[in-house]
Design a protein around this ligand. Structure first.
Ligand SMILES: [Zn+2]
Length: 244
């Protein structure tokens, strides 16, 4: 068995000067955005085997074991950065896989499989495969990044209240991405975050053809004036470009 690679993507606070000025931004719908540090993706090999992260099989063992390795590489959460950590390891049945805390989002191997259109591997033998499509995994990153930016689950959702806005990104809306939304209180929190700053409105032409559902795959283009745009639907044999 080989060492387990960990892929990290770090959002950093936006600055207008310096070598680390972000060149890729993502619009959250309220003209506030976060920047991505260069390189956007950093790859590390940890000293642990994939099975090690399951620990003693406790519900939170996987998450906290990944988090411990991530903190060793990236440092304690400081508020200056938020990391999205993809790890090529699977949680055991009953363990939390994808999750986030302020400063870190952790996403297990199934998210990597899903993003490239591969079948996921259900942790439990009697569990069906998640066939929600690529965008479910994009939405999953959005949800966990929300936690990394300090967003909670909506009021009432964890207690099963009928008032729970179940289609919100920070609850089950990630499965329907991009047909989901941030609550106004989420946007208010993000506006207060040092990782977010106002941006000029994106040019409408870059949203033309933007499509993402289970029948499509994304091809994203990077242009100097505009961070990213996606076009679709496209043929399944078209190589994937930049995924976010
Ligand atoms: Zn959550």
């Amino acid at each position: 068995m080989t060492d387990t690679p960990v892929t990290c993507m770090r959002a950093r606070s936006n600055t207008r000067s310096g070598a680390c000025r972000p060149s890729i931004k993502a619009n959250w719908g309220n003209n506030e955005t976060f920047g991505l540090r260069k390189p956007v993706v950093e790859v590390f090999k940890t000293r642990h085997r994939a099975s090690w992260y399951q620990g003693q099989l406790g519900r939170n063992d996987f998450f906290f074991n990944v988090l411990a390795d991530a903190i060793a590489l990236a440092g304690e959460p400081s508020g200056a950065f938020a990391w999205a950590v993809y790890i090529d390891a699977d949680p055991a049945c009953g363990q939390i896989g994808g999750a986030g805390i302020p400063g870190f989002a952790v996403l297990p191997a199934n998210d990597l499989r899903g993003l490239v259109g591969h079948s996921n591997r259900p942790p439990c033998l009697d569990e069906p495969a998640d066939l929600a499509g690529i965008c479910r995994w994009v939405g999953g990153l959005g949800h966990e990044l929300g936690h990394a930016f300090g967003l909670p689950h909506p009021d009432g959702c964890e207690t099963g209240s009928p008032a729970c806005p179940s289609s919100a990104l920070m609850w089950l809306g990630f499965r329907e991405y991009p047909s989901t939304f941030l609550l106004e209180e989420d946007k208010a929190l993000l506006r207060e975050s040092p990782l977010f700053e106002p941006i000029a409105p994106l040019k409408p032409r870059f949203f033309a053809g933007h499509s993402c559902d289970e029948r499509t795959r994304w091809r994203c283009e990077v242009e100097p004036a505009v961070p990213w745009a996606c076009s679709g639907p496209i043929r399944l044999d078209t190589p994937l470009g930049h995924l976010r």
